[in-house]
Design a protein around this ligand. Sequence first.
Ligand SMILES: Nc1nc2c(ncn2[C@@H]2O[C@H](COP(=O)(O)OP(=O)(O)O)[C@@H](O)[C@H]2O)c(=O)[nH]1
Ligand SMILES: [Mg+2]
Length: 441
Amino acid sequence: MGKNKSGDGLAQEVHLNQARASIRQALSQYGHGHMRSLPVQPELDMLKSVLDKLDNTVIRIAVFGLVSRGKSAVLNALVGEKILQTGPIHGVTQWPRSVRWTDGGGGRVQVELIDTPGLDEIAGQVRSDMAQQVAQQSDLILFVVAGDITRTEYDALLELQQAQKPLILVFNKIDLYPEQDLEAIYLKLQQFGGTGGNLLRSNEIVRVAAAPMSRQVRVELPDGTVSYEWETPPSQVDKLRQKIVDLLNREGRSLLALNALVQAREAETSIARQTVEYRSEQGEELIWKFARYKAIAVAVNPIALLDIMGGAVTDLALIRELRKLYNLPMTNYTASKLWKTIVFSSGGLLLGELGSSLLFGLGKTTAAVTGASGITAFGGAAIAQACLAGYGAYKVGTAAQVYLEQGCTWGPLGANTVIQSILDRVDSNTIIYRLRQELFH
Ligand SMILES: Nc1nc2c(ncn2[C@@H]2O[C@H](COP(=O)(O)OP(=O)(O)O)[C@@H](O)[C@H]2O)c(=O)[nH]1
Ligand SMILES: [Mg+2]
């Protein structure tokens, strides 16, 4: 197993390649006039931009937090240059801005840092949309607080969590607190994991002082005169920088692959959903047609074993017809696997159908052999069995529809299949592993 873990450089390359292959497959399936009258260009553009991001291996790290918590200062300190404007007044950072962090990825990946306005600076919906959009495009989130977490911060954290991205909680301005207070606040921050659900359990807390306040120092000169000078202490962000660099080295490319796939899955699902919706009437008609076929075929067929086989064949044909109608990707192999899953997962009724095939089917067989006296027995058994068979086909049809609606992301090389295979093989010391525990189940 060791060779395939995500901490391994080779494994990370494999993840990137799988993600690329998956997205290319999706693009070739949907990119060439999949269904002309469907407005799916935004989804296709999204797939293309995700593929670009993978090809350039750019990791995006976004910083969030309330106003004046020191978001811009933290990024400046990481980069080691005062690139982003900071200040005590509200609204210094108006729009998301990004800067390149040249040595952040240890040479293997490029890192883009995204600065954002304070989450409390812009009005409700706009803020929420901005945050979601930036979070969606990011691979890692830094959430900056400066002391205890407020209600607004807690809510914002909850909202950001929906983007399912790894998050580091940055406790900034530690120069303002005496050691004792620091411990107390730190413990409180940690408790958000325990009491408030699992909000912070997977996340790490790192203490920093991005731009410590200037201090007055007393200078005593040799001649006995005393003067006071202002001294600006250096920033303390080394731990955060190290944490990020380690994380990117260990799993940066796997994270990139995973996030690209999550975005691609969304685009693919959206295309498929629109397709199924667009053809919903014909789909419904098709399902009923097959349900009727199957019921009639089962009713008139006097041999038990043929019922079961005939039923399966009809179901598979229905799945294939639906696939053709929606022009969605599905191989014969996937179709039969899907059929099995549907039959086994819908439990009772379909088992009932199989059981009734044997019982009633035998009844029909004997009735047919014994002649006229068996006619009523034949009729009763046939009707009951036909109804069940028809209903079975209906169930198979609707379940297949649901599967197709998910964009077949569970097919070979489908986004979900690849996501699963990456998640199945991660090391327990990675952030992806902890993310899996909480978010991907
Ligand atoms: N004492 C102290 N002040 C800080 C620290 N980091 C940032 N600040 C100050 O907090 C204010 C807001 O910083 P800024 O980065 O603009 O916050 P933003 O709105 O979150 O981007 C500025 O005046 C910074 O100098 C720190 O570590 N310690
Ligand atoms: Mg700012």
